[in-house]
Every structure is written in C-alpha cells, then in structure tokens.
Ligand binder design. Structure first.
Ligand SMILES: NC(=O)C1=CN([C@@H]2O[C@H](COP(=O)(O)OP(=O)(O)OC[C@H]3O[C@@H](n4cnc5c(N)ncnc54)[C@H](OP(=O)(O)O)[C@@H]3O)[C@@H](O)[C@H]2O)C=CC1
Ligand SMILES: O=CC(=O)O
Length: 325
C-alpha cells in the first residue's frame, strides 16, 4: 500500500502525477482556520506532509501520530515548530537553492523602484500629470556607486552582493553572525556592526530569517541611525522590521523611502499607511514568484518528500540531527 500524505498546496500537474505514483494523497489548497479540522482529520493517517505557509505547530503535530517527514516549498521555515519536529525525529525539508537568484533580482528591483520612484512616477504619468518637461519633484536618487548595506549575508545576501558589485559598482557593507569570506573576496564586501551599516549605507537591505533574535531588529532607534537620504528594503520576513516605527520614519522624513516584499501581517491590511505613502513600494511577498522558480521550488519540495520518506535524504534538511538517530 502506498504511504498516505497530506498536501496543502496546489501542485503543477506533472508533479502531482509524480506524487500520485508514490503516495495516496489527501489534497488541500492551504491550512486555514476554516479547514483546520479537516486537515487534522486527514493527518491522523499521514506519513508525509507537503506544502508551504500555514502554521505547523505542536497541536497540529499531535494530530499526526504517523508523520515521518515534512517538506515545505519555501526556504523560510519560521511557520514550523522545528524543535517539536526534531523532538519527534521528523525531518523538515526546504528549498534553499531553487529561489536564491530570483529573490536577489526582486530585491534589486525594489532598490531601483524605490530610488528612482518607478511606481510613483508611472502612476503620475497614467494620471495625466506629465504635461510638460519634468522638474525636480519628479527626480529620484542614484543607485550606482552608492553604498549597499546587506543585513543577513546568506544565500540571498550573497546573490544581492554580486548584483550590487558587478552591476552597479556599489561598495558593500554587511552584517551577519559569521564572517563571509566569499562575499569579501569576490565582491569586496566588508563586515561591520549593524549600527555602522545603518549609519553608512545608502540602501539597507534586510534579508534575515524570522527568529527570536531578529524579531523587530530594525526599530525606531535603528531607523534613526540611517541617513535621511537612505532607503530600507525588507525582503526577509515582515516581523524583523517594527512596522509602526517604519511608518513614522517614512512619514517624518527620517529615511527617504522603503521597498517592501514582506510585512508584519500578510496580506497587508487594506488600511495600512504603507499603501498610501508615496515613498513606499509594496509588493505582495513575491520574492521568488516567477513561473520557473515557483515550479523549481515545488519540484524540489516533491523530491525532498520522496527522499525523506524513503530514508534517502542527501541535502536540504533543516534539522539533519534527526537523520543520524
Ligand atoms: N521575500 C521572499 O519572497 C523570500 C524571503 N525569504 C526570506 O529570506 C531569508 C533568508 O534566506 P537565505 O539567504 O536563503 O537564508 P540563509 O540562511 O542563507 O541566510 C540568512 C542570513 O541571516 C543571518 N542571520 C540570521 N540570524 C541573524 C542574526 N540574529 N543577526 C545577524 N544575522 C543573522 C545569517 O547569518 P550567518 O551567516 O552568520 O549565520 C545569514 O547570513 C529566509 O529565511 C526567508 O525568511 C526567502 C526567500 C524568499
Ligand atoms: O518567503 C519565501 C520563502 O521561500 O521563504
């Protein structure tokens, strides 16, 4: 008999077929408050769980006594209770390489769009405001040769450094827990304390995972250290930035602008001031959202689940200590 799995994200047709060859599938589009009871019911018999988003917490795991592997089609895994999975010796698989370049492209797009006011000016053109040669109230700020500050020099940080260095001749400062010699040797990046990075950078790109340590790492005090001409780009996880403090900083000119792909609450609530501030470019968490990359992530997650349920994990495990047991 094929092992049972619960899938809570719609899969491309060929990947769905691949899953069906290996498993008996109970399919959901997501895990929500509305369908949680049905998901918990399906989990009673499930050996595998595949999806992304939705909270996978202790309560959910308590309803999955036969679970042997979990696979997410994302690199971030802050919505999973990793400690609880590890305690139960369940490997959590993720997709750390499939999306790196695409997310770095999105970050660079946010840098350019915010600095050069792409969205704001395009809206003004569409509104019929371009009636004569434009003056300074249409001008933006340069990106090339300005200082790029990267908070979180991981896979995406490194890919951003590559773009900033070779594409835009930008000096690069970075902050991370450890030293990243590849970024230093290939892209001339310099490691520094967060305060120095905030004070000296023209673009501060925050690419951190969501953890207890990174929650609200960028708040009022940190924003006050930035140049008034600087741009903040947030593309890691929303709660790393104290959003009310950022809104104040954007309103009172503490910083020039913000490019954001992630938010404290997603989807961004309709009443958020971030939607009406002209110096904000807000995207709907689409860092990795190209057709190809989303397919590659889904394929990686399917391969990961098959490998994990076959006891054949070679890479991409968040808690590899469970494999050695
Ligand atoms: N907007 C989007 O669509 C996407 C968002 N993401 C988010 O981006 C995050 C980063 O992805 P990726 O680059 O692949 O991850 P990595 O794990 O490769 O990089 C994370 C980086 O963050 C640093 N870091 C972690 N905690 C701290 C801390 N407390 N202080 C300073 N630095 C810290 C790490 O430092 P060190 O190297 O020293 O360990 C590392 O450099 C993901 O976790 C996810 O949340 C990812 C994909 C798409
Ligand atoms: O936010 C996206 C991810 O892959 O993590």
């Amino acid at each position: 008999m094929k092992p049972s799995i619960v899938v809570y994200k719609k899969q491309p047709a060929d990947l769905q077929q691949r899953l069906e060859q290996h498993f008996a599938i109970t399919q959901f589009d997501d895990i929500t408050e509305e369908n949680r009871a049905q998901v918990l019911d399906a989990l009673q018999n499930a050996e595998g769980l595949l999806g992304s988003g939705g909270r996978v917490d202790k309560d959910l795991l308590d309803h999955a006594p036969r679970l042997r592997a979990v696979s997410t089609s994302s690199v971030g895994y802050d919505n999973f209770d990793v400690a609880e999975l590890t305690r139960r010796e369940i490997p959590l698989m993720h997709t750390p390489t499939a999306l790196t370049d695409t997310v770095a492209d999105t970050v660079m797009a946010l840098v350019l769009a915010t600095a050069r006011r792409v969205v704001n000016l395009a809206e003004r053109v569409k509104a019929g405001e371009w009636t004569q040669n434009v003056g300074p109230d249409w001008f933006g700020i340069d990106v090339h040769h300005k200082t790029m500050g990267i908070v979180g020099m991981g896979r995406i940080g490194l890919a951003l450094a590559q773009r900033a260095h070779f594409g835009f001749d930008m000096p690069i400062l970075y902050n991370a827990r450890s030293q990243h010699t590849e970024a230093e040797e290939r892209f001339g990046a310099r490691k520094c304390e967060l305060d120095e990075l905030l004070e000296k950078s023209d673009f501060v790109c925050v690419l951190l995972p969501m953890t207890k340590e990174t929650f609200h790492l960028i708040g009022k005090e940190q924003l006050a250290k930035m140049k008034s001409s600087a741009v903040l780009v947030s593309a890691g996880r929303g709660p790393v930035i104290d959003e009310p403090a950022l809104i104040e900083a954007l309103k009172d000119g503490t910083i020039y602008g913000a490019g954001m792909d992630v938010f404290e609450k997603e989807p961004l609530p309709k009443g958020s001031p971030l939607l009406s501030l002209p110096n904000v470019v807000a995207l709907p968490h689409v860092g990795s959202a190209t057709h190809q990359t989303r397919y590659d992530m889904a394929a990686c997650a399917v391969d990961n689940l098959i490998a994990a349920l076959n006891g054949d994990v070679k890479q991409f495990c968040v808690n590899p200590e469970v494999l050695r047991k």
